[in-house]
Design a binder for this molecule. Structure first.
Ligand code: NAP
Length: 366
């Protein structure tokens, strides 16, 4: 096989995701990799599907905590078919369906494989950098599985230690890490209250399993995020929730903190509401949460840096991966993918993600 392919390239960091999408990203020819130059433990993957994630977008600006190294091909996660294996590869053969491990390969990783992002026809990985796609999963679902589900597993199981019968408030529930959190929290036996700003996307969140949904857009005649703590209390017998899974931060995160029951746990997952429009990393202003509320309500506020923790504790991650893959094989977890685009329409796909059109995951197909 020697067919040439194509790849998307970011030549340098942008000021904003919008600038990257409109002005910097290019679609280039990609030569079929020279397999004689690869390692004997490598596999070559013909990419079939790759995700377009929030982290992909902010990584283009250098605002993300892990700095990729331009020029690079975006695409934290991909799935595809093995088309070549090195002489020492034991776990895979040509024709196998695999998905990438974004901590070992692609722009979220360190080392030799960081330049092989998923927005490309071909990707090279060491054999321990890919996993078999669970039975019954297609390529699109394969590239949207690990990042989405490892995030809530770490937050809800490892950090919050959520128990059956508890209640959880999930902010940004229509996002990739939000939808997966809704599904996982239900699997863990929790009552789920989900927030978002679009009735249409919240309908998708409810159809995906949320017990209650709350729209956090400004209400009639008012500005800003409403006092939705009252709505949360109405869903929890006036008590407030046991756990908050906050992927939004800012005013939504602040109000979510005030929606907790006495002794509740607040899990910091992300801050989609707090992305600088320009200026890269230097302009980032972290959220500030009120210590008086934490003190008077006896709250536990916890960071939940899933990737950083998993990289520091590979033995922990092995169990996390095993549980997620088991649930996936049992069809208890299945990513919600609202939009699919051909690779050539990567600008439309990235714009749709940036402009909040996606519920769950967005996938590019090759
Ligand atoms: N802790 C970890 O280990 C970990 C791992 C992965 C990701 N993350 C972080 O988790 C966050 C969510 O990631 P994701 O992949 O789910 O992102 P996503 O797919 O883009 O979804 C985020 C959701 O947040 C809401 N949102 C976006 N901008 C907002 C704003 N200005 N104000 C209020 N709500 C807003 C949107 O919902 P509506 O339009 O419905 O409001 C959107 O669906 C990010 O900050 C990401 O960096 C953390």
């Amino acid at each position: 096989m020697s067919a040439n392919g194509k790849k998307v390239v970011l030549p340098k960091f942008a000021e904003s995701p919008g600038q990257a999408i409109d002005g910097l990203l290019t679609l280039e020819e990609m030569a079929y990799p020279d397999t004689s130059a690869l390692q004997p433990t490598d596999v070559l993957v013909a990419v079939k599907s790759t995700s377009v994630s929030f982290v992909d977008l902010i990584m283009m600006t250098g605002q993300y905590q892990h700095m990729a190294e331009p020029p690079f091909t975006p695409g934290l996660e991909y799935s595809g078919e093995v088309i070549w294996v090195g002489s020492d590869v034991v776990r895979f053969e040509v024709g196998d369906r695999v998905m990438s491990d974004f901590m070992t390969v692609g722009p979220r990783s360190k080392g030799a494989y960081r330049h092989y992002g998923g927005w490309a026809s071909y990707a090279v990985a060491p054999e321990n950098g890919v996993l078999p796609i669970p039975d019954g999963y297609d390529f699109d679902e394969g590239c949207a599985l690990l990042g989405s589900y490892e995030t809530p597993y770490f937050a809800l199981v490892k950090r919050a230690n959520i128990q059956p019968g508890e209640s959880v408030l999930i902010t940004g529930a229509s996002g990739a890490a939000g939808m997966s959190a809704v599904q996982m929290a239900k699997l863990l036996g929790a009552t789920v209250i989900a927030t978002g700003r679009s009735d249409e996307k919240l309908a998708a969140v409810k159809a995906f399993g949320a017990d209650h949904v709350i729209n956090t857009s400004p209400r009639d005649g008012e500005d800003g995020v409403p006092r939705f703590r009252e709505d949360v209390k109405a869903c929890t017998n006036g008590e407030g929730v046991d756990v908050v899974y906050d992927a939004v931060g800012g005013d939504v995160g602040h109000e979510a903190l005030r929606s907790l029951a006495f002794g509740g746990r607040f899990i910091i997952v992300g801050w989609t509401s707090n992305v600088a429009d320009s200026g890269g990393r230097a302009t980032f202003e972290p959220d500030r949460l009120p210590t008086n509320i934490m003190q008077m309500k006896c709250l536990q506020v916890m960071g939940s840096p899933m990737v950083i923790y998993s990289m520091r504790h590979p033995e922990y991650r092995a169990g996390q991966l095993k549980q997620i893959l088991t649930w996936a094989e049992q069809s208890k977890l299945r990513p919600h993918i609202s939009h699919r685009f051909p690779l050539e329409q990567f600008r439309d796909a990235a714009r749709a993600k940036l402009n909040g059109k996606i519920s769950g995951s967005c996938v590019l197909s090759l």
